[in-house]
Design a protein around this ligand. Structure first.
Ligand SMILES: Cc1cc2nc3c(=O)[nH]c(=O)nc-3n(C[C@H](O)[C@H](O)[C@H](O)COP(=O)(O)OP(=O)(O)OC[C@H]3O[C@@H](n4cnc5c(N)ncnc54)[C@H](O)[C@@H]3O)c2cc1C
Length: 428
């Protein structure tokens, strides 16, 4: 509804068109709520990385009747992942078959393809508007609702709404203006990422490159994750210790590519063909942790990375943003039926359900960071033994894939870890 030529009225205004916002709008659109989604990006462009949609995300897509559509897009299905040591010896194969979910796989995809699909599904709802190149600037709240402002085309625009949703990522402006207490900080290490487009003649490729299996190579202070998102597209992430790019490339790019080539033979040549002999083409992907005391206030609510950005060791950020949407949608739709302004107390069921889950994932991710990113030879030996042990103990493997699948968080207990360690130290 247009109030004047610079002011519009909606039920919900969302800052950020991340996966959380798009999923939320897909849940709420059939109920007839008027929703405006603002994003400063010009479009859903590729982010040059692949991401894993875990069983949790798959179940949400199925609930929205979008899973079959998603599977028509380029993707790779993963039934398991291989964890290898620095020399390429298999430590553990973690298989989704061991988990409880009806989805015994994860799906790797380029995230913008999924965003497009969810946005396209909204296009038949005239009361849902996605507005790109729109930079959310600020808001105020009173008993009649929320007044949000954004900039577009060099002009300032106003939206009147009953709730403002912050899905605006780890640097959330909504969170900052609302002065939500908590911590938002980068981890010590980040990643360098890149993508390889393979030639059409896949039969001519080195087998390690043609192979679509997902491989994590873990060495002292080194991680190399190589996986596929389609027949011809591979992605990789490499740990960037201390976020020190200069030190990482100090021996030259050929040295870096040579090291990765020992783990995936053929990598160096394919990377060079894709322009990755230039260090500038390795994209840095910072890793953040956002851990807040509360996620809502009168008139505002946070979701996704704005509320709980987490380390990708748990491969969950996207999936948990979708789960935020699944939990928030019924809470919001009930709250929107009663008052002009959605108040904090009506949003509490969302916060109470979600904060403990994301806190548990933060704890797990911190522990994984401590162990996986370590360069201490003693920790590395114990880590490798624990991986081997988990691979030999189906009950523990079940806990790991259940947790990583996202449907339930069941971290290993200290006793589980001890048992894994002993099992891994025994000859195989
Ligand atoms: C290396 C790496 C690997 C990852 N791998 C996985 C994985 O395998 N599986 C997984 O589930 N997750 C993974 N993640 C995490 C995942 O990418 C994020 O958790 C997820 O994208 C967060 O979604 P979101 O809905 O919070 O929105 P975001 O993706 O954070 O998007 C926020 C949006 O807000 C917009 N915005 C910001 N400020 C404003 C403003 N002022 N006005 C308007 N718009 C604004 C931005 O343009 C952006 O579009 C990974 C992350 C990293 C770093």
């Amino acid at each position: 509804m247009t109030v004047d030529n610079r002011t519009e009225a909606f039920d919900i205004v969302i800052s950020g068109a991340g996966i959380g916002a798009l999923t939320l709008a897909n849940y709420l659109a059939p109920l007839g709520f008027r929703i405006l989604i603002l994003d400063r990006r010009p479009a859903f462009d590729p982010v040059h990385r692949g991401e894993l949609v875990q069983p949790l995300g798959l179940s949400i897509l199925e609930e929205l009747s979008l899973l079959d559509e998603l599977k028509k897009l380029p993707h790779t299905v993963y039934r398991s992942f291989d964890f290898l040591d620095e020399g390429g010896r298999l430590l553990m194969k973690s298989s989704y078959e061991a988990g409880p979910s009806p989805f015994h796989y994860a799906l790797a995809i380029e995230p913008h393809l999924m965003d497009h699909l969810l946005a396209k599904n909204l296009s038949s709802h005239a009361h849902v508007v996605i507005r790109h190149e729109s930079d959310f600037r600020g808001f105020s709240v009173d008993s009649s609702g929320v007044t949000a402002t954004y900039e577009r085309g060099g002009e300032t625009w106003t939206v009147l709404a009953r709730i403002l949703v912050g899905d605006d990522g780890r640097h959330s402006r909504v969170r900052e203006i609302a002065k939500i207490p908590g911590t938002a900080a980068p981890y010590r290490d980040s990643y360098l990422g890149g993508s390889l487009l393979l030639p059409e003649d896949l039969a001519s490729l080195p087998p390690a490159i043609a192979d679509t299996s997902g491989r994590y190579f873990l060495g002292p202070r080194s991680i190399f994750f190589f996986f596929s998102v389609s027949d011809r597209r591979r992605f990789f992430l490499v740990l960037l210790p201390n976020r020190d790019r200069e030190k990482f490339f100090a021996g030259g790019t050929a040295h870096v590519l040579g090291r990765l080539d020992r783990q995936i033979p053929g990598f160096a040549e394919m990377a060079t063909r894709n322009g990755l002999d230039d260090p500038g083409r390795f994209m840095e992907l910072p890793v953040w942790k956002v851990d807040l005391e509360r996620w809502c206030d009168d008139g505002i609510v946070l979701m996704g990375d704005a509320a709980h950005a987490m380390n990708p060791h748990v491969a969950q950020g996207r999936n948990q943003a979708m789960e935020d949407a699944r939990v928030l949608a019924p809470v919001l739709s009930k709250a929107l039926l009663s008052a002009p302004l959605v108040r904090r107390e009506s949003l509490l069921p969302y916060e109470k359900a979600r904060i403990p889950v994301t806190r548990a994932l933060h704890r797990l991710a911190d522990e994984m960071t401590h162990v996986w990113n370590s360069g201490n030879p003693f920790v590395v030996r114990l880590r490798e033994a624990a991986f081997r042990g988990i691979g030999r103990m189906p009950a523990l493997e079940n806990k790991i894939v259940t947790t990583i699948g996202g449907t339930r968080i069941v971290p290993l207990t200290p006793w589980d870890k001890l048992r894994a360690l002993f099992a891994g130290l025994l000859p195989g």
